[in-house]
Design a protein around this ligand. Structure first.
Ligand SMILES: O=C(CO)COP(=O)(O)O
Length: 251
């Protein structure tokens, strides 16, 4: 059975003190409430180690928001999979639409990042999703399919058992506009069928597919009730323990 996961992408928010406090609060909540979903938090990279030491990995896992597409060397500012592994980080977000947009990350670069992560046995949360104009032109299936196949085709199929995918329509991120549960279910089922056709039933059935884009305490339950939605990748609403814990409790 695939994992139910609620992951908080903190993006470039919170001071060190605020981040430690939030991590502590989430850890306390999770240890007391034993939620049905796996809880992941992704802080700014410079806080990773301190937060990793603050939380109990039985209750809260810590993920990086990104990783370098190269192994090591003269890449100022980048963080390698080996470096993440060396401080005990075993999960990383890859290909977030904000990096595709602001850092010009291509599918080819994202494929290299995935390979770096798989080489170090780090679980990738691969983000895919269409822009508003692509949805309006009814191109969302085609866009998402090519993002997935371009990122995954270069990988070894045996590595795909570790994969998590997050479907995040760009038009729903930080906008307060969420995909309806029906819209999200439709494309999540499609993503599973793409995985099935390309890599077989074990990968398709074993891959947790998270929804992201204005998930909040009020809409999480209906989204998570859909057959192919295995959890959420949450931005804004993951920055307050009250909201994030309600979202996790939607499972
Ligand atoms: O981008 C997201 C998570 O990675 C979603 O952000 P919001 O939940 O703030 O819309």
């Amino acid at each position: 059975m695939r994992d139910k996961i609620v992951a908080g992408n903190w993006k470039m928010n919170l001071t060190f003190e605020q981040a430690l406090q939030l991590a502590n609060d989430i850890n306390t909540w999770a240890s007391e409430n034993k939620p049905n979903a796996k809880v992941i938090i992704a802080p700014t990279s410079i806080y990773l180690q301190a937060i990793q030491e603050t939380v109990d990995e039985e209750f809260v896992q810590v993920a990086s928001q990104d990783v370098s597409n190269t192994e090591k060397g003269a890449f100022t500012g980048d963080i390698s999979a080996e470096q993440l592994d060396s401080i005990g980080i075993n999960c990383a977000i890859v290909g977030h639409s904000e990096r595709r947009e602001y850092q010009q990350e291509t599918d080819a670069v994202i494929a290299q990042k995935l390979e770096q992560l798989f080489n170090k046995d780090i679980t990738p949360i691969l983000c895919v999703g269409e822009k508003l104009e692509e949805r309006e032109a009814d191109k969302h299936f085609e866009v998402v399919k090519s993002q997935i196949l371009n990122a995954l085709n270069p990988q070894k199929t045996e590595n795909l058992s570790k994969l998590v995918i997050a479907y995040e329509p760009v038009w729903a991120i930080g906008t307060g506009v969420t995909a309806s549960p029906e819209q999200a279910q439709e494309i999540h089922a499609f993503i599973r069928s793409v995985l099935n056709d390309a890599y077989g039933a074990d990968v398709a059935e074993g891959t947790s597919i998270l929804y992201g884009g204005s998930v909040n305490a009020a809409n999480a339950e209906e989204l998570f009730a859909q057959a192919d939605i295995d959890g959420g990748l949450v931005g804004g609403a993951s920055l307050k323990v009250e909201d994030f814990s309600k979202i996790i409790s939607a499972f």
